[in-house]
Design a protein around this ligand. Structure first.
Ligand code: ZN
Ligand code: ZN
Length: 338
C-alpha cells in the first residue's frame, strides 16, 4: 500500500493505494522479510496528514512489522530463513557517533525511521539491516507481536528512563493505551513499587485501580505521597506542571509525547521554582526507541504473557483501518494481516 501524496483524511479518505512493486533485494548486511502482520499506529496519520512528513514519496508506511526471513544478504548471517522477526520504528542509525556507541542510537543524527525514511511493513516484503530486526518470542502470533513493537517498546523506554528501582513509587499522568501497558509492565518488573495514576475521567481512574494502581486522582490532585518517577503521556502542559508538584526530591518526570500542543501553554507560567523544581527534580523527554528497548521489552512481554487485543484488517483495507483509528474507534490494536 503506497502513500503517494500528503492530505488530511477528511480531504482524501483513501490516501494509500494498492500497488504492485518489484520485490526488494536485501543489501549485504540486510535481510528480506516476508511480512505477515503490521500494526497500524497514530504516527501513520501524522505522516499522511503532514505533521511528520516522509522525506520522499511514494513510501510504504508501517513500523510494527512481523514476518519471516525470506532471504539474506551475503554478509547477513544472524537469522535463518523462516525465522520470525519484528521490525520497529528504528530502521537504522550511523553506528559510529557517540550516541550509537553508547547504545542511545535513538538519538543519532542519522536516525532513520521504518515506514518514513525507508519503506515499511504495509507490504508483502520489506528489507532491513539484520542488526535492526528482532527474534519474536514463540508465545506470540505475528498479529499479537506487531502492536508490541511500537507503543510497548516506547512505553518500556519511558519506564526505563524514570530510573525507578523496585520499591520506588511511580506516577502515570494520562491513562490511555500506552499508560495501561506501562502500568502492567511496571507491576511485573517492579513488584514492590506502588503506582499512582492521574487522569481526567472517572472511568480512566476506575480502570487504573482495577489494573492495580494504589491511588488514582484527577490531573491536578496531590498524590498521598511524593513520587520518585512520573511518566507523562498527555499532549498538553498542565499535567507536566502538576506532575512536578508531585515529585519527591531527586525525582524525575519523563515526558513521553512526540509533541505538545499550544492550547494550554500559559499553564507553564504557573511554574513555581520551590514547588515544582527545587530539590533536584529532573525533566526528561523520550525520543524514539533504541534496539535495547525493543529486545528487552519483547522478552518482558513474553515473560508476562502480555497479549494485546487485536483487530485485524486485510492489507488492502489499510485505509479503512486508518480511518477508524482517526475516528478513535478503538477495539484493540489494529493490525494489517498480509
Ligand atoms: Zn507507532
Ligand atoms: Zn549514530
Amino acid at each position: 500500500m503506497l502513500l503517494d501524496e500528503l492530505a488530511r483524511l477528511e480531504d482524501n479518505p483513501t490516501p494509500l493505494r494498492l500497488a504492485e512493486l518489484p520485490d526488494p533485494v536485501p543489501g549485504e548486511r540486510e535481510i528480506l522479510v516476508r511480512v505477515l502482520a503490521c500494526g497500524v499506529c497514530h504516527t501513520e496519520l501524522d505522516e499522511i496528514e503532514g505533521r511528520m512528513p516522509p522525506p520522499r514519496l511514494p513510501v510504504v508506511l508501517g513500523h510494527q512489522a512481523v514476518g519471516r526471513v525470506a532471504a539474506a544478504g551475503s554478509a547477513a548471517g544472524a537469522f535463518q530463513p523462516g525465522d520470525l522477526v519484528g521490525v520497529a520504528w528504528i530502521y537504522s542509525a550511523c553506528g559510529r557517533c557517540k550516541f550509537c556507541l553508547a547504545g542511545n542510537e535513538n538519538l543519532c543524527a542519522e536516525f532513520q525511521a521504518t515506514g518514513r525514511d525507508a519503506d515499511g511493513g504495509y507490504a508483502e516484503f520489506m528489507t532491513v539491516g539484520q542488526d535492526f530486526a528482532y527474534p519474536i518470542p514463540g508465545v506470540f502470533s505475528p498479529a499479537e507481536a506487531a502492536p508490541l513493537l511500537c507503543a510497548g517498546a516506547i512505553g518500556y523506554r519511558s519506564l526505563r528512563l524514570t530510573g525507578l528501582q523496585d520499591g520506588g513509587s511511580l506516577g502515570l499522568t494520562g491513562f490511555g493505551a500506552s499508560a495501561h501497558l506501562v502500568l502492567k509492565m511496571a507491576r511485573h518488573k517492579y513488584p514492590h513499587s506502588q503506582i499512582f495514576v492521574f487522569a481526567r475521567s472517572p472511568q480512566e481512574r476506575a480502570f487504573a485501580r482495577e489494573l492495580g494502581a494504589v491511588w488514582a486522582g484527577d490531573t491536578a490532585e496531590a498524590a498521598p505521597q511524593k513520587l520518585d518517577g512520573i511518566i507523562d503521556t498527555t499532549p498538553v502542559w498542565k499535567p507536566v506542571v502538576e506532575a512536578l508538584k508531585n515529585l519527591a526530591p531527586g525525582g524525575r518526570l519523563v515526558v513521553n509525547a512526540i509533541r505538545k500542543e499550544e492550547v494550554d501553554k500559559e499553564y507553564l507560567l504557573g511554574l513555581d521554582y520551590p514547588t515544582h523544581l527545587w530539590m533536584e527534580k529532573e525533566i526528561k523527554s523520550v525520543a524514539n526507541v533504541s534496539r535495547r528497548d525493543v529486545s528487552e521489552f519483547l522478552a518482558l512481554a513474553a515473560d508476562m504473557r502480555l497479549k494485546p487485543e487485536v483487530q485485524e484488517f486485510p492489507l488492502e483495507e489499510a485505509n479503512r483501518a486508518l480511518a477508524e483509528l482517526k475516528a478513535s474507534q478503538i477495539r484493540g490494536a489494529k493490525v494489517l494481516r498480509i
